[in-house]
Design a binder for this molecule. Structure first.
Ligand code: ADP
Length: 532
């Protein structure tokens, strides 16, 4: 029968009848019994010949939940976790072979009466042998290590989690201890260097990467990091690959804040550098193109200026001589001849206007007196005087808001006002009395839907007319050089006026928008960025 006390209980009467040595013996046995009962360890004696438990102490009873009687009839194999069975069987085979005094250790899971498993750390030794000397009784002492195992498992779960994170990183992550033995090596490192984790972990880093030892910047960073500093190297040519990287060295610390190693993160900059280089190249070629365009523009302006200026002289001569012939040869000329001369004079006037407009346009880009403050009211007064005849002829009404003082080129502003007002006077139905309104408003950037909005505030000068208007689909076309929507015979012009206005606004970093309704009128809005 399974016992819970080593010797059978001895009565007081029997005790007195014992000899002193027997008494001592019994006292010793009782002492051992006390130790066993108060021990935090589970003490069990197993008869391995009959494969049953012959003794369990109180702690075993408490931890496993079986009473002494129940434990006696337990099948030992049923108490072991299936996953630990193989090792457990091997362990007991090993224990049976132990020499006297030798101890074997093993960890496994034991089933409690409640059905759950507890982890035990077990030390076993042969306690008694049979006549043949074979192991018979095994003394097995176990401690409950469930909490420790749980903590370990928790740790290993978080290890897996950390490893997953480290491996998923697109940067190269490696860590070494203070001896420079590798302790971490992520998948990206494996890919880049072709060295597997199993090959490098626990080995000296410099055995694999000896050139790093000779690279002062990197060695310095490592040393500083081992001294507790976090070091960032913003850009460094890779030593073992062709590209560039930025490197981060972070000290690894234990629970007491002592540095135990260094984590290195290598972030590949190749793509960034390549796109930066591409951008730089693009920028350079843009600058070259810009320069070329500027030169071309200057050449064109000079050409336009020279051409229009030099053409003026022969034109004037044609005009003078045609005039003279018309006067002096008046009587000898036929009616058709006179008519032809009048046509020549008309064409000369048109040509003259054209040359003047081209000249004005070509002068726009070469003007240097930009950025002085001018009152646009003064500009308007000037233009009104210049257009006084046309205004009087058409009986036009011209109303204007009080206009601002802006940083601008006065000659440009004069051209702008001239062109908008003269167009407003010109593009009218015959007999219609032109009503021209010039309005001024200030707009915030958010209120303007235009890609060229560059400042928070814009001054808007608008030219409203009640003229013939045009189809809004031509809104862009009319700002191109020599583009006209109306017949020359009805509405004479050069097709340069609005191109001049556009250029004026560009030189002032502004822009023009237009609204028009056929037969109702048009409005041209000029937006000037506030430069104060
Ligand atoms: P033009 O010397 O022919 O007036 P512009 O460049 O000033 O040249 O104008 C280009 C064309 O835009 C004009 O030919 C005309 O068809 C149209 N246009 C310009 N301003 C107005 C306006 N206020 N009303 C209607 N059409 C206009």
């Amino acid at each position: 029968m399974l016992q819970n006390n080593l010797p059978e209980k001895v009565s007081q009467k029997e005790k007195t009848a014992l000899t002193v040595s027997e008494k001592e013996l019994l006292e010793n046995a009782a002492f051992v019994q006390q130790i066993l009962d108060t021990s935090p360890a589970m003490v069990i004696v197993i008869d391995i010949l009959f494969n049953k438990l012959v003794y369990i102490n109180k702690t075993s009873e408490n931890l496993l939940g079986y009473t002494v009687g129940e434990a006696a009839s337990l099948k030992r194999e049923e108490m072991v976790h299936p996953n630990d069975m193989q090792n457990w069987l091997r362990f007991y085979k090993e224990v049976a072979q132990l020499t006297d005094g030798a101890v074997s250790e093993h960890e496994y899971r034991v089933k409690t009466k409640k059905g759950n498993y507890i982890w035990v750390s077990n030390k076993s030794t042969v306690f008694k042998r049979d006549e043949s000397g074979a192991a018979w009784l095994i003394l097995s002492i176990s401690t409950d290590i469930t909490a420790k195992k749980f903590a370990e498992r928790k740790l290993s779960e978080s290890d897996v989690f950390i490893e997953t994170l480290v491996d998923a990183n697109i940067d190269r992550l490696m860590a070494y201890d203070l001896n420079m033995d590798v302790v971490a090596w992520n998948k990206r490192c494996e890919e880049v260097y072709g060295i597997k984790k199993e090959e490098i972990i626990g080995k000296p880093f410099f055995n694999f990467f000896p050139k790093i030892k000779e690279t002062e910047v990197l060695i310095n960073a490592l040393k500083r990091s081992m001294n507790g500093e976090t070091v960032h190297i913003p850009i460094h040519p890779n030593i073992y690959t062709k590209e560039y990287s930025e490197l981060f060295y972070t000290p690894l610390r234990d629970a007491n804040d002592n540095v135990t190693g260094v984590l290195t993160i290598i972030h590949d900059l190749t793509e960034r550098i390549e796109s930066e280089n591409e951008l730089m190249e693009l920028n350079n070629s843009l600058q070259v193109k810009n320069k070329e365009l500027e030169t071309l523009n200057e050449e064109l302006s000079t050409f336009a200026f020279v051409a229009s200026h030099d053409l003026g002289e022969p034109l004037r001569k044609i005009q003078i001589f045609s005039d003279r012939i018309l006067k002096t040869e008046k009587d000898s000329l036929s009616a058709a001849g006179k008519d032809n001369f009048h046509r020549v004079l008309k064409a000369v006037t048109r040509m003259n206007n054209l040359l003047n407009d081209v000249l004005s346009f070509s002068r726009l880009s070469s003007t240097k007196d930009f950025k002085k403050k001018h009152s646009l009211n003064e500009v308007l007064d000037l233009v009104k005087q210049e257009l006084a005849d046309a205004i009087a002829e058409t009986d036009a009404i011209l109303e204007s808001d009080y206009l601002p003082v802006l940083k601008c080129t006065k000659s440009h502003m004069t051209l702008l006002f001239q062109n908008f007002i003269s167009n407003a006077l010109k593009y009218q139905k015959k007999g219609n009395k032109p009503v021209i309104k010039i309005k001024y408003e200030i707009f915030g950037a958010a209120e303007i839907d235009h890609q060229l909005v560059i400042q928070a505030t814009h001054h808007r000068i608008s030219f409203y007319d009640n003229g013939i208007g045009f189809e809004i689909e031509y809104a862009e076309k009319i700002f191109q050089m020599f583009q006209r929507l109306h017949a020359m015979s009805e509405y004479p012009g050069t097709g340069i006026g609005l191109a001049i206005c556009k250029k004026v606004m560009e030189t002032h970093k502004g822009f023009i928008t237009v609204e028009s309704t056929l037969g109702v009128g048009s409005v041209f809005h000029c937006y000037f960025p506030d430069e104060d």
